[in-house]
Design a protein around this ligand. Structure first.
Ligand code: MG
Ligand code: FE
Length: 163
């Protein structure tokens, strides 16, 4: 495979790392606002832990492939600022919007890891491929749990508004 493929893989790993840093910020914001929904809060907190480990695993992939990890921090810093801005969208019907945003975000992550898995395979990087496959499973599971909780969350939110 070409040097361009290796470059692309590196760029996508960096983007995924930044995406996970952003996910940490968003999940922290969401966890703070889900106190009235303990099951959802617990699931978000579990995924928060997974997400922190995902960011670390991606940093290891970048390092192992010979990439510079100092710029990783700068980029993550910028995206965290963006994530904090986005957490403002949880303000009024916060919990419902937050759950929708989170569900959407998981699907962006799923797409990113499907791309990374194919790219890692193309350049013959079995370790990166296996890391991304493990992360993909966590994203699919979170997406599926969020999907399952959306109707109940909505009903609880609406009944709280009425009381
Ligand atoms: Mg993730
Ligand atoms: Fe995720």
């Amino acid at each position: 495979m070409s040097a361009k493929a290796e470059e692309d893989l590196m760029a996508w790993l960096r983007n995924a790392h930044a995406m996970e840093e952003q996910a940490v910020t968003m999940l922290e914001a969401l966890a703070r606002r889900t106190g009235d929904y303990p099951e959802v809060k617990a699931r978000i907190e579990r995924h928060l832990g997974e997400t922190q480990r995902q960011a670390e695993a991606l940093e290891e992939c970048v390092k192992r492939r010979g990439g510079d990890t100092s710029t990783l921090k700068d980029m993550a810093g910028k995206i965290i600022a963006f994530g904090q801005g986005m957490s403002g969208m949880f303000v009024d019907d916060e919990i419902v919007k937050g759950a929708m945003a989170s569900y959407t975000f998981e699907h962006m992550e799923i797409a990113a890891y499907r791309v990374l898995i194919a790219a890692a395979e193309s350049v013959g990087d079995a370790q990166t491929k296996s890391v991304c496959e493990r992360i993909l499973k966590e994203e699919l599971s979170m997406a599926s749990d969020l999907e399952a909780s959306l109707p109940d969350l909505t009903r609880k939110y609406l009944s709280r508004q009425g009381s």
